[in-house]
Design a protein around this ligand. Structure first.
Ligand code: FES
Length: 105
């Protein structure tokens, strides 16, 4: 895989919340100017990709939000709602801090 960072967002819920989360993440990357990052001297693009079940269904299909994984670090978030996108982008990408209240260990 290339050097890009990726949010893989599950869209396997009937509610469609995963699609809404993905859309909100894309919007926040643009608003916060973080579609392209400089990390360790390397330029990285940040992509939001939808996918099928991540096998985290307790924090996704059965909850109010969607599960997602941030690549390449492998941080897993659950029950993410569209309103969480601003914080995820600002904290996880902008400041390099895991959003503990959404993290799944
Ligand atoms: S339905 Fe989303 S992780 Fe399984």
């Amino acid at each position: 895989m290339d050097n890009d960072r990726r949010f893989f967002v599950c869209t396997n819920q009937k509610s469609g919340v995963g699609e809404a989360v993905a859309k909100s993440l894309k919007k926040e990357l643009k608003v916060q100017g973080l579609k392209k990052l400089l990390s360790g001297g390397d330029r990285q693009r940040v992509r939001v990709q939808t996918c099928n079940c991540l096998d985290l269904c307790k924090q996704c299909k059965k909850g109010p939000g969607a599960a997602l994984i941030v690549y390449p670090e492998g941080t897993v978030y659950g029950n993410v709602r569209p309103a969480d996108a601003e914080e995820l982008v600002a904290e996880h990408l902008g400041r390099g801090h895991v959003v503990k209240r959404l993290r799944i260990d």
